[in-house]
Design a protein around this ligand. Sequence first.
Ligand code: HEC
Length: 430
Amino acid sequence: MKQGAFAAAVLLVAALHGCSGGDGPLDPAQPPAPPPPPPPGSDLALGQAAVERECGICHASRDGFDLAYFSYADTTIVRRAVKHVDTATALRIVAYIRSLNTAHVPAKVKLFQPGGTVVASDAQFAIDLFGSDTWPVLSTAQLRAIDPRVTPIAFSLPPWSDEQSNLDWLPDSAPPAAILSYNGSRAGAALTAYHTNPTTANLGAVVSAMRDAERAGANPAAPCLFNTPSRVNYVACFELRRWTAALIAQHMLRGGINQSVGGEAHEQWWDVGNTARMAQQASTPSAIVNPAVNQIDWMYLGWMFEPGLHESFYLENLLAGRGLRRHAVFVALRGQVSRPPNSWDEHQAIYDDLRMAVRHAPNSWTASVATFALNHLLERLNGGERPLTTANRTRAITQIDGAITEATPKVSAAQLQALVNLAAQVKAKL
Ligand code: HEC
Protein backbone atom coordinates (compact mmCIF):
# COMPACT_ATOMS: atom_id res chain seq x y z
CA MET A 1 0.00 0.00 0.00
CA LYS A 2 1.21 3.46 -0.80
CA GLN A 3 2.30 5.81 1.95
CA GLY A 4 -0.22 8.44 0.90
CA ALA A 5 -3.07 5.98 1.04
CA PHE A 6 -2.02 4.94 4.51
CA ALA A 7 -1.96 8.53 5.72
CA ALA A 8 -5.37 9.00 4.15
CA ALA A 9 -6.73 5.96 5.91
CA VAL A 10 -5.39 7.07 9.27
CA LEU A 11 -6.83 10.51 8.77
CA LEU A 12 -10.22 9.15 7.82
CA VAL A 13 -10.34 6.91 10.84
CA ALA A 14 -9.22 9.84 13.00
CA ALA A 15 -11.91 12.00 11.47
CA LEU A 16 -14.55 9.34 11.91
CA HIS A 17 -13.77 9.08 15.56
CA GLY A 18 -12.64 12.63 16.14
CA CYS A 19 -15.87 14.08 17.42
CA SER A 20 -16.85 11.40 19.86
CA GLY A 21 -15.09 13.16 22.74
CA GLY A 22 -14.08 10.05 24.65
CA ASP A 23 -14.05 6.31 24.42
CA GLY A 24 -17.78 5.78 24.12
CA PRO A 25 -19.57 5.85 20.79
CA LEU A 26 -20.91 9.16 19.65
CA ASP A 27 -24.60 9.68 20.20
CA PRO A 28 -25.80 9.65 16.59
CA ALA A 29 -28.80 11.76 17.58
CA GLN A 30 -26.53 14.66 18.54
CA PRO A 31 -26.10 17.07 15.60
CA PRO A 32 -22.70 18.74 15.18
CA ALA A 33 -22.56 22.47 15.97
CA PRO A 34 -23.16 24.61 12.87
CA PRO A 35 -20.43 27.10 11.90
CA PRO A 36 -21.10 30.77 12.82
CA PRO A 37 -22.84 32.60 9.97
CA PRO A 38 -20.63 34.98 7.95
CA PRO A 39 -21.49 38.74 8.08
CA PRO A 40 -24.27 39.52 5.56
CA GLY A 41 -23.10 40.98 2.23
CA SER A 42 -19.51 39.84 2.73
CA ASP A 43 -17.68 37.68 0.19
CA LEU A 44 -18.16 34.78 2.58
CA ALA A 45 -21.91 35.34 2.75
CA LEU A 46 -22.10 35.61 -1.04
CA GLY A 47 -19.98 32.49 -1.37
CA GLN A 48 -22.23 30.65 1.02
CA ALA A 49 -25.38 31.74 -0.80
CA ALA A 50 -23.85 30.64 -4.12
CA VAL A 51 -22.98 27.21 -2.74
CA GLU A 52 -26.47 26.74 -1.35
CA ARG A 53 -28.05 27.88 -4.60
CA GLU A 54 -25.69 26.38 -7.21
CA CYS A 55 -23.86 23.41 -5.71
CA GLY A 56 -25.45 22.07 -2.57
CA ILE A 57 -28.36 20.17 -4.07
CA CYS A 58 -26.29 17.98 -6.45
CA HIS A 59 -23.66 17.47 -3.77
CA ALA A 60 -26.35 16.50 -1.22
CA SER A 61 -24.62 18.76 1.27
CA ARG A 62 -26.46 22.11 0.96
CA ASP A 63 -23.64 24.00 2.69
CA GLY A 64 -20.67 22.59 0.71
CA PHE A 65 -19.47 20.41 3.60
CA ASP A 66 -18.01 17.82 1.22
CA LEU A 67 -15.97 20.40 -0.68
CA ALA A 68 -14.16 21.32 2.54
CA TYR A 69 -14.03 17.88 4.15
CA PHE A 70 -12.47 16.19 1.11
CA SER A 71 -9.73 18.82 0.89
CA TYR A 72 -10.23 19.81 -2.75
CA ALA A 73 -7.59 22.23 -3.94
CA ASP A 74 -8.75 25.80 -4.60
CA THR A 75 -7.98 25.24 -8.28
CA THR A 76 -10.21 22.14 -8.35
CA ILE A 77 -13.09 23.97 -6.71
CA VAL A 78 -12.76 26.85 -9.17
CA ARG A 79 -12.43 24.50 -12.15
CA ARG A 80 -15.64 22.70 -11.17
CA ALA A 81 -17.45 25.83 -9.95
CA VAL A 82 -17.10 27.70 -13.24
CA LYS A 83 -19.27 25.05 -14.88
CA HIS A 84 -22.09 26.57 -12.81
CA VAL A 85 -21.12 30.15 -11.80
CA ASP A 86 -18.86 33.05 -12.94
CA THR A 87 -15.22 33.31 -11.86
CA ALA A 88 -15.80 35.99 -9.23
CA THR A 89 -18.45 33.82 -7.58
CA ALA A 90 -16.18 30.78 -7.85
CA LEU A 91 -13.50 32.66 -5.89
CA ARG A 92 -16.04 33.65 -3.23
CA ILE A 93 -17.07 30.02 -3.03
CA VAL A 94 -13.45 29.06 -2.37
CA ALA A 95 -13.19 31.67 0.39
CA TYR A 96 -16.39 30.40 1.96
CA ILE A 97 -15.32 26.73 1.72
CA ARG A 98 -12.04 27.63 3.46
CA SER A 99 -14.00 29.22 6.29
CA LEU A 100 -15.88 26.00 7.07
CA ASN A 101 -14.90 24.33 10.29
CA THR A 102 -14.81 20.69 9.19
CA ALA A 103 -12.34 17.88 9.65
CA HIS A 104 -10.27 17.25 6.52
CA VAL A 105 -9.39 14.07 4.71
CA PRO A 106 -7.61 13.64 1.37
CA ALA A 107 -9.89 13.94 -1.65
CA LYS A 108 -9.38 10.39 -2.88
CA VAL A 109 -9.89 8.62 0.44
CA LYS A 110 -12.02 5.48 0.12
CA LEU A 111 -15.04 6.23 2.25
CA PHE A 112 -15.74 3.77 5.09
CA GLN A 113 -12.95 1.49 3.80
CA PRO A 114 -12.75 -0.99 6.69
CA GLY A 115 -9.59 -0.47 8.71
CA GLY A 116 -8.58 2.22 6.22
CA THR A 117 -6.51 -0.23 4.18
CA VAL A 118 -6.93 -2.76 1.35
CA VAL A 119 -5.40 -6.23 1.74
CA ALA A 120 -3.59 -7.87 -1.17
CA SER A 121 -5.77 -10.89 -1.86
CA ASP A 122 -8.63 -13.10 -0.75
CA ALA A 123 -6.21 -15.41 1.08
CA GLN A 124 -4.45 -12.47 2.73
CA PHE A 125 -7.81 -11.29 4.04
CA ALA A 126 -8.13 -14.57 5.94
CA ILE A 127 -4.50 -14.62 7.06
CA ASP A 128 -4.81 -11.11 8.51
CA LEU A 129 -8.10 -11.92 10.17
CA PHE A 130 -7.52 -15.45 11.45
CA GLY A 131 -3.73 -15.86 11.43
CA SER A 132 -3.81 -18.45 8.63
CA ASP A 133 -5.73 -19.37 5.50
CA THR A 134 -8.39 -21.39 7.32
CA TRP A 135 -11.78 -20.94 8.85
CA PRO A 136 -10.78 -21.34 12.51
CA VAL A 137 -12.73 -22.84 15.38
CA LEU A 138 -14.83 -19.92 16.58
CA SER A 139 -17.76 -19.45 18.91
CA THR A 140 -20.79 -17.46 17.85
CA ALA A 141 -19.73 -14.71 20.26
CA GLN A 142 -16.20 -14.62 18.82
CA LEU A 143 -17.50 -14.22 15.28
CA ARG A 144 -19.96 -11.54 16.38
CA ALA A 145 -17.05 -9.68 17.94
CA ILE A 146 -15.36 -9.34 14.53
CA ASP A 147 -16.54 -5.98 13.27
CA PRO A 148 -16.88 -5.78 9.47
CA ARG A 149 -16.55 -1.99 9.65
CA VAL A 150 -12.90 -2.30 10.70
CA THR A 151 -11.94 -5.64 9.13
CA PRO A 152 -9.78 -4.90 6.05
CA ILE A 153 -10.97 -6.38 2.76
CA ALA A 154 -9.29 -7.03 -0.59
CA PHE A 155 -11.20 -4.48 -2.66
CA SER A 156 -11.50 -0.72 -2.62
CA LEU A 157 -14.71 1.04 -1.75
CA PRO A 158 -15.67 4.18 -3.69
CA PRO A 159 -14.15 7.60 -3.03
CA TRP A 160 -16.38 10.64 -2.75
CA SER A 161 -15.83 11.91 -6.28
CA ASP A 162 -14.24 10.34 -9.31
CA GLU A 163 -14.52 12.46 -12.40
CA GLN A 164 -13.59 9.52 -14.66
CA SER A 165 -16.23 6.97 -13.63
CA ASN A 166 -19.46 6.24 -11.79
CA LEU A 167 -17.53 4.46 -9.05
CA ASP A 168 -18.06 7.23 -6.53
CA TRP A 169 -20.65 8.56 -4.12
CA LEU A 170 -21.53 11.80 -5.86
CA PRO A 171 -24.58 11.43 -8.06
CA ASP A 172 -24.40 12.99 -11.50
CA SER A 173 -27.61 14.93 -10.96
CA ALA A 174 -29.78 16.52 -8.29
CA PRO A 175 -32.99 14.79 -7.22
CA PRO A 176 -35.79 15.76 -9.64
CA ALA A 177 -38.38 18.23 -8.33
CA ALA A 178 -41.08 15.61 -8.93
CA ILE A 179 -39.40 13.40 -6.34
CA LEU A 180 -39.07 16.09 -3.70
CA SER A 181 -42.64 17.34 -4.29
CA TYR A 182 -44.31 13.92 -4.42
CA ASN A 183 -47.01 13.20 -1.82
CA GLY A 184 -47.42 16.73 -0.52
CA SER A 185 -43.67 17.41 -0.72
CA ARG A 186 -42.97 14.76 1.88
CA ALA A 187 -39.30 14.40 0.93
CA GLY A 188 -38.81 18.12 0.32
CA ALA A 189 -40.33 19.03 3.68
CA ALA A 190 -38.33 16.34 5.46
CA LEU A 191 -35.17 17.68 3.83
CA THR A 192 -35.94 21.22 4.99
CA ALA A 193 -36.58 19.94 8.51
CA TYR A 194 -33.30 18.02 8.40
CA HIS A 195 -31.38 21.09 7.29
CA THR A 196 -32.92 23.09 10.14
CA ASN A 197 -32.19 20.39 12.70
CA PRO A 198 -29.78 17.76 11.36
CA THR A 199 -30.50 14.92 13.77
CA THR A 200 -30.29 11.26 12.85
CA ALA A 201 -34.06 11.01 13.36
CA ASN A 202 -34.64 13.81 10.86
CA LEU A 203 -32.23 12.15 8.43
CA GLY A 204 -34.27 8.96 8.79
CA ALA A 205 -37.41 10.86 7.81
CA VAL A 206 -35.71 12.11 4.63
CA VAL A 207 -34.52 8.59 3.79
CA SER A 208 -38.01 7.14 4.28
CA ALA A 209 -39.61 9.82 2.14
CA MET A 210 -37.02 9.47 -0.62
CA ARG A 211 -37.38 5.71 -0.66
CA ASP A 212 -41.13 6.05 -0.94
CA ALA A 213 -40.96 8.66 -3.69
CA GLU A 214 -38.44 6.67 -5.75
CA ARG A 215 -40.62 3.52 -5.89
CA ALA A 216 -44.25 4.47 -5.22
CA GLY A 217 -46.55 3.31 -8.00
CA ALA A 218 -48.64 6.43 -7.37
CA ASN A 219 -45.67 8.66 -8.26
CA PRO A 220 -45.54 9.04 -12.06
CA ALA A 221 -41.93 10.24 -11.68
CA ALA A 222 -40.74 7.25 -9.64
CA PRO A 223 -37.79 5.72 -11.54
CA CYS A 224 -37.26 2.60 -9.36
CA LEU A 225 -40.48 0.65 -9.97
CA PHE A 226 -38.69 -2.61 -10.67
CA ASN A 227 -41.88 -4.66 -10.85
CA THR A 228 -43.23 -2.46 -13.68
CA PRO A 229 -40.45 -2.65 -16.30
CA SER A 230 -42.08 -0.17 -18.65
CA ARG A 231 -41.81 2.52 -15.99
CA VAL A 232 -38.29 1.85 -14.73
CA ASN A 233 -35.45 4.22 -15.51
CA TYR A 234 -32.40 2.43 -14.15
CA VAL A 235 -29.95 5.26 -14.59
CA ALA A 236 -32.28 7.79 -12.98
CA CYS A 237 -32.93 5.36 -10.14
CA PHE A 238 -29.21 4.77 -9.65
CA GLU A 239 -28.52 8.50 -9.49
CA LEU A 240 -31.42 9.18 -7.15
CA ARG A 241 -30.36 6.40 -4.82
CA ARG A 242 -26.77 7.60 -4.86
CA TRP A 243 -28.02 11.04 -3.90
CA THR A 244 -29.80 9.74 -0.80
CA ALA A 245 -26.79 7.54 -0.08
CA ALA A 246 -24.52 10.59 -0.28
CA LEU A 247 -26.75 12.54 2.09
CA ILE A 248 -26.53 9.70 4.62
CA ALA A 249 -22.76 9.44 4.26
CA GLN A 250 -22.25 13.14 4.86
CA HIS A 251 -24.45 13.00 7.95
CA MET A 252 -22.15 10.31 9.32
CA LEU A 253 -18.95 12.09 8.34
CA ARG A 254 -20.12 15.39 9.83
CA GLY A 255 -20.92 13.72 13.12
CA GLY A 256 -17.93 11.34 13.18
CA ILE A 257 -20.41 8.45 13.19
CA ASN A 258 -19.07 5.01 12.23
CA GLN A 259 -22.04 2.91 13.29
CA SER A 260 -25.45 2.23 11.82
CA VAL A 261 -27.72 5.25 11.53
CA GLY A 262 -30.72 2.98 10.97
CA GLY A 263 -31.45 -0.09 8.90
CA GLU A 264 -33.26 1.84 6.20
CA ALA A 265 -30.31 4.18 5.69
CA HIS A 266 -27.90 1.32 5.04
CA GLU A 267 -30.52 -0.51 3.04
CA GLN A 268 -30.38 2.52 0.78
CA TRP A 269 -26.65 1.96 0.20
CA TRP A 270 -27.34 -1.69 -0.56
CA ASP A 271 -30.08 -0.62 -2.95
CA VAL A 272 -27.67 1.48 -5.02
CA GLY A 273 -25.90 -1.79 -5.81
CA ASN A 274 -29.19 -3.55 -6.29
CA THR A 275 -30.12 -1.00 -8.96
CA ALA A 276 -27.00 -1.97 -10.89
CA ARG A 277 -28.01 -5.61 -10.49
CA MET A 278 -31.55 -5.06 -11.72
CA ALA A 279 -30.26 -2.98 -14.63
CA GLN A 280 -27.88 -5.75 -15.62
CA GLN A 281 -30.74 -8.27 -15.63
CA ALA A 282 -33.16 -6.07 -17.54
CA SER A 283 -34.27 -7.25 -20.95
CA THR A 284 -33.17 -3.92 -22.40
CA PRO A 285 -29.55 -3.59 -21.35
CA SER A 286 -29.09 -0.50 -19.27
CA ALA A 287 -26.44 2.17 -19.36
CA ILE A 288 -25.22 1.76 -15.77
CA VAL A 289 -21.53 1.10 -16.33
CA ASN A 290 -19.33 -0.95 -13.99
CA PRO A 291 -22.34 -3.03 -12.93
CA ALA A 292 -20.43 -5.75 -11.06
CA VAL A 293 -18.13 -3.42 -9.12
CA ASN A 294 -21.03 -1.15 -8.24
CA GLN A 295 -23.01 -4.09 -6.91
CA ILE A 296 -20.20 -5.40 -4.75
CA ASP A 297 -19.14 -2.00 -3.42
CA TRP A 298 -22.59 -0.76 -2.49
CA MET A 299 -23.92 -4.03 -1.18
CA TYR A 300 -20.83 -4.43 0.98
CA LEU A 301 -21.21 -0.88 2.27
CA GLY A 302 -24.81 -1.58 3.24
CA TRP A 303 -23.97 -4.99 4.66
CA MET A 304 -21.08 -3.96 6.86
CA PHE A 305 -23.19 -1.50 8.83
CA GLU A 306 -26.16 -3.91 9.09
CA PRO A 307 -24.76 -7.42 8.66
CA GLY A 308 -27.97 -9.15 9.73
CA LEU A 309 -30.25 -7.35 7.33
CA HIS A 310 -29.71 -8.77 3.87
CA GLU A 311 -30.17 -12.05 2.10
CA SER A 312 -26.88 -13.86 1.65
CA PHE A 313 -27.31 -14.73 -1.92
CA TYR A 314 -26.48 -11.67 -4.03
CA LEU A 315 -23.42 -10.22 -2.39
CA GLU A 316 -21.85 -13.60 -1.76
CA ASN A 317 -22.27 -14.80 -5.33
CA LEU A 318 -20.75 -11.57 -6.57
CA LEU A 319 -17.80 -11.81 -4.21
CA ALA A 320 -17.18 -15.43 -5.14
CA GLY A 321 -17.51 -14.54 -8.81
CA ARG A 322 -14.72 -12.03 -8.34
CA GLY A 323 -12.49 -14.68 -6.78
CA LEU A 324 -13.19 -13.48 -3.24
CA ARG A 325 -14.54 -16.75 -1.86
CA ARG A 326 -13.20 -16.22 1.65
CA HIS A 327 -14.91 -12.85 1.76
CA ALA A 328 -18.12 -14.54 0.63
CA VAL A 329 -17.85 -17.07 3.47
CA PHE A 330 -17.20 -14.26 5.94
CA VAL A 331 -20.29 -12.37 4.76
CA ALA A 332 -22.44 -15.52 4.99
CA LEU A 333 -21.36 -16.57 8.46
CA ARG A 334 -20.95 -13.10 9.98
CA GLY A 335 -24.42 -12.45 8.59
CA GLN A 336 -25.75 -15.69 10.05
CA VAL A 337 -24.70 -14.80 13.61
CA SER A 338 -26.04 -11.25 13.26
CA ARG A 339 -29.61 -12.03 12.36
CA PRO A 340 -32.12 -11.31 15.10
CA PRO A 341 -34.22 -14.32 16.21
CA ASN A 342 -36.74 -15.35 13.57
CA SER A 343 -35.75 -12.48 11.32
CA TRP A 344 -36.39 -13.16 7.68
CA ASP A 345 -38.16 -16.32 8.69
CA GLU A 346 -39.98 -16.45 5.39
CA HIS A 347 -36.62 -16.62 3.61
CA GLN A 348 -35.04 -18.96 6.16
CA ALA A 349 -32.02 -16.69 6.02
CA ILE A 350 -29.88 -18.49 8.60
CA TYR A 351 -30.29 -21.73 6.67
CA ASP A 352 -29.48 -19.98 3.39
CA ASP A 353 -26.35 -18.61 5.08
CA LEU A 354 -25.22 -22.17 5.84
CA ARG A 355 -25.69 -23.28 2.27
CA MET A 356 -24.04 -20.23 0.72
CA ALA A 357 -21.06 -20.47 3.07
CA VAL A 358 -20.54 -24.12 2.17
CA ARG A 359 -20.98 -23.40 -1.53
CA HIS A 360 -18.32 -20.71 -1.63
CA ALA A 361 -15.86 -22.13 0.89
CA PRO A 362 -12.48 -23.13 -0.55
CA ASN A 363 -12.16 -26.92 -0.31
CA SER A 364 -9.82 -26.81 2.67
CA TRP A 365 -12.26 -24.56 4.54
CA THR A 366 -15.41 -26.52 3.85
CA ALA A 367 -15.54 -28.89 6.81
CA SER A 368 -14.91 -26.16 9.39
CA VAL A 369 -17.26 -23.71 7.67
CA ALA A 370 -20.09 -26.25 7.58
CA THR A 371 -19.38 -27.26 11.18
CA PHE A 372 -19.53 -23.66 12.35
CA ALA A 373 -22.79 -22.91 10.54
CA LEU A 374 -24.49 -26.14 11.65
CA ASN A 375 -23.41 -25.58 15.25
CA HIS A 376 -24.77 -22.06 15.10
CA LEU A 377 -28.12 -23.40 13.91
CA LEU A 378 -28.06 -25.95 16.70
CA GLU A 379 -27.45 -23.20 19.26
CA ARG A 380 -30.43 -21.27 17.98
CA LEU A 381 -32.64 -24.35 17.98
CA ASN A 382 -31.51 -25.22 21.50
CA GLY A 383 -32.40 -21.65 22.45
CA GLY A 384 -35.95 -22.25 21.24
CA GLU A 385 -35.77 -20.50 17.85
CA ARG A 386 -37.50 -22.56 15.17
CA PRO A 387 -38.94 -21.90 11.72
CA LEU A 388 -42.39 -20.41 12.24
CA THR A 389 -44.25 -22.41 9.61
CA THR A 390 -44.19 -25.91 8.16
CA ALA A 391 -43.18 -24.54 4.78
CA ASN A 392 -40.21 -22.77 6.34
CA ARG A 393 -39.20 -25.92 8.20
CA THR A 394 -39.24 -27.77 4.90
CA ARG A 395 -37.10 -25.09 3.33
CA ALA A 396 -34.67 -25.23 6.22
CA ILE A 397 -34.26 -28.97 5.69
CA THR A 398 -33.76 -28.42 1.96
CA GLN A 399 -30.96 -25.97 2.68
CA ILE A 400 -29.28 -28.28 5.22
CA ASP A 401 -29.43 -31.22 2.80
CA GLY A 402 -28.26 -28.96 -0.01
CA ALA A 403 -25.30 -27.83 2.08
CA ILE A 404 -24.29 -31.44 2.70
CA THR A 405 -24.57 -32.20 -1.01
CA GLU A 406 -22.44 -29.18 -1.87
CA ALA A 407 -19.88 -30.11 0.78
CA THR A 408 -19.56 -33.71 -0.39
CA PRO A 409 -17.00 -33.29 -3.20
CA LYS A 410 -14.94 -30.88 -1.07
CA VAL A 411 -14.34 -32.84 2.15
CA SER A 412 -12.84 -36.18 3.20
CA ALA A 413 -15.03 -39.21 3.93
CA ALA A 414 -14.46 -38.82 7.68
CA GLN A 415 -15.29 -35.11 7.55
CA LEU A 416 -18.41 -35.84 5.55
CA GLN A 417 -19.58 -38.42 8.07
CA ALA A 418 -19.11 -35.90 10.90
CA LEU A 419 -21.09 -33.28 8.97
CA VAL A 420 -23.89 -35.72 8.20
CA ASN A 421 -24.12 -36.56 11.91
CA LEU A 422 -24.19 -32.90 12.90
CA ALA A 423 -26.79 -32.12 10.23
CA ALA A 424 -28.96 -34.96 11.59
CA GLN A 425 -28.78 -33.38 15.07
CA VAL A 426 -29.91 -30.05 13.63
CA LYS A 427 -32.75 -31.59 11.67
CA ALA A 428 -33.92 -33.55 14.71
CA LYS A 429 -34.47 -30.25 16.53
CA LEU A 430 -36.39 -28.57 13.75
C1 HEC B 1 -25.52 19.09 -11.71
C2 HEC B 1 -24.95 18.61 -10.49
C3 HEC B 1 -23.80 19.40 -9.90
C4 HEC B 1 -23.79 20.70 -9.52
C5 HEC B 1 -24.89 21.72 -9.62
C6 HEC B 1 -22.47 20.93 -8.96
N1 HEC B 1 -21.72 19.79 -9.01
FE1 HEC B 1 -19.82 19.57 -8.35
N2 HEC B 1 -19.80 17.68 -8.98
C7 HEC B 1 -20.86 17.04 -9.57
C8 HEC B 1 -20.47 15.71 -9.89
C9 HEC B 1 -21.34 14.67 -10.57
C10 HEC B 1 -19.15 15.56 -9.47
C11 HEC B 1 -18.30 14.31 -9.45
C12 HEC B 1 -17.52 14.10 -10.65
C13 HEC B 1 -18.21 13.17 -11.58
O1 HEC B 1 -18.75 12.14 -11.12
O2 HEC B 1 -18.25 13.48 -12.76
C14 HEC B 1 -18.76 16.81 -8.90
C15 HEC B 1 -17.52 17.03 -8.37
C16 HEC B 1 -17.11 18.24 -7.84
C17 HEC B 1 -15.83 18.47 -7.25
C18 HEC B 1 -14.72 17.44 -7.08
C19 HEC B 1 -13.94 17.22 -8.35
C20 HEC B 1 -12.92 16.12 -8.18
O3 HEC B 1 -11.73 16.44 -8.11
O4 HEC B 1 -13.34 14.95 -8.11
C21 HEC B 1 -15.81 19.76 -6.84
C22 HEC B 1 -14.68 20.45 -6.14
C23 HEC B 1 -17.09 20.33 -7.19
N3 HEC B 1 -17.87 19.36 -7.78
C24 HEC B 1 -17.47 21.62 -6.94
C25 HEC B 1 -18.71 22.15 -7.25
C26 HEC B 1 -19.10 23.50 -6.94
C27 HEC B 1 -18.24 24.51 -6.24
C28 HEC B 1 -20.37 23.64 -7.39
C29 HEC B 1 -21.25 24.87 -7.35
C30 HEC B 1 -20.71 26.05 -7.93
C31 HEC B 1 -20.79 22.38 -7.95
N4 HEC B 1 -19.75 21.49 -7.85
C32 HEC B 1 -22.05 22.14 -8.48
C33 HEC B 1 -22.10 17.53 -9.81
C34 HEC B 1 -22.51 18.83 -9.57
